[in-house]
Design a protein around this ligand. Sequence first.
Ligand code: SF4
Ligand code: SF4
Length: 430
Amino acid sequence: MSEPVLRRGDGALPAVYEGTLDCVHCGLCLSSCPTYLATGRESASPRGRVYLMRGAAEGRVGLDGLLAEEASLCLGCRACETACPAGVRYGAMLEDTRAALVAAGERQGLAQRLERFVLRHVVAHRARLRAAIALLGGVQRLGLDRVVGALLPHRLRERQQLLPRIPAAAERAPLPERVAAQGEPRGRVAFFTGCVMSEVFAPVQQATVRLLARNGFEVWIPRDQGCCGALHAHAGDLDHARTLTRRNLAAFSREEIDAVVVDSAGCGAAMKDAGHWLPGEGEPLATRVRDVCELLAEVGLRAPVGAFPARVCYDDPCHLVHAQGVASAPRELLAKVPGLELVPHDDPDRCCGAAGTYNLTQPEMAEQVLAAKLDSLLAADPQVVATGNPGCMMQIAMGLARRGSPARVMHPVEILDAAQGAAPAAGPVS
Ligand code: SF4
Ligand code: SF4
């Protein structure tokens, strides 16, 4: 019998082979998979992809062609994990497979190489990212983005529409290192600010910190933390994701805390996976990470909640519902807001097509997946769509604007912060 292809190379690869053996080929994941529903192709389903990974692990399938294609087309939404009765850890296998493909010289198109360059050399460096965002904000304020957009080919113009308005420099000022609890302290938490979230969604992060403090938590915001590495891992750059995780492990280990609070679903999922990325080393970080809604629903809101009269659709970020198993917490919190009507819509836990940088690297499939999401949201006629991940906020806001909907996109913490009344809600993402 030939040596399994995926067993060669670095030490993480045998885990892919073992993981594929968990799949019993029942097919219960198929109806949850957006790429299978869009194409009807078995190889574009979770079962088909696991079969291809196993074939590569056993030396029957090469690390190119169909496997490379279908691994790239996968959204990494992990809806298949929620559906799977056999506990197949699909997300971890996908990351290992993509890393193997990159190491084998696959996924080397211009878009993928540019993606890896920007992730390594801009996104992972706070000062460079801050400078790039400031430049982008300046271009927007001068109206030059519209000029540039008019000159771009149709496909790139559509991608440009993803960008929200960049907050002014004063709104993006770094958060203080420490914020005292209001009233009797209930605990001490660290807050994870991340990379893009702290710049493009700075008002959301300010709302998160206010909310934590107002509800009794002392908040520590370590200066030496940084990007979580989620986008790097999704792009097949697991080595750099591990480097970034080690930086955060050190940053969050310096003081005694009850939890590391995260308000971006993708970052929270990545940090909870630190034990997979760094076996035996990442657990102290992974076990302390809590989504902000997960924590607040568990301890309860302590400050009074005022009215927020609006019809609100809550849409589950994949990396909160499927990767972290957090579905009821944001709904429970929003249901406590007087005047807020939670309006159901079809398939709230189906991917919106954002999926990290997927909407840039796989624009056609991202558009198909987004179209189904918009149909379902618009049928419910919400005034606000609430969702807790920056990529989803941008993708859904872009889609709603394109369809002429006046609905606003807000993070659940923005609604809760506004309802608790100490500050006005940050503006919608549009
Ligand atoms: S992660 Fe999402 S797109 Fe990929 S196989 Fe699973 S359900 Fe399908
Ligand atoms: S549900 Fe799980 S066990 Fe069944 S085919 Fe899908 S991945 Fe395999």
